[in-house]
Design a protein around this ligand. Structure first.
Ligand SMILES: [Zn+2]
Length: 98
């Protein structure tokens, strides 16, 4: 509970300073990026995909609904590693386009 209060206090200060991300959010995004590196993305559209982790577990990501079957994306609105993997897959396609 104290941790939640600390995060809320920090977030309030950052909003007052017009900063975009809390330390907690940055930390979670870094963890998600690490997970994304070892994932395989099978897209059915630009917002929907099945992401297979390095340990072969599969999760379905829906970017429009901001959900993932792992439950983390919708729990705190910070993209999980599966969502980051899909976003990076989309970004790589854009980079490959001449
Ligand atoms: Zn996920």
């Amino acid at each position: 509970m104290a941790q939640h209060s600390d995060r809320l206090l920090q977030a309030s200060k950052l909003v007052a300073e017009h900063a975009e991300y809390t330390d907690y959010c940055c930390e979670q995004l870094q963890i998600s990026q690490t997970w994304a590196l070892a994932s395989l993305v099978q897209r059915s559209s630009n917002s929907l995909a099945v992401v297979t982790q390095g340990n072969q577990k599969c999760y379905t990501v829906d970017l429009q609904a901001k959900t993932c079957t792992c439950g983390h994306f919708q729990a705190n609105s910070i993209p999980c590693g599966h969502a980051i993997a899909l976003l990076e897959s989309l970004q790589n396609d854009d980079l490959d386009t001449p």
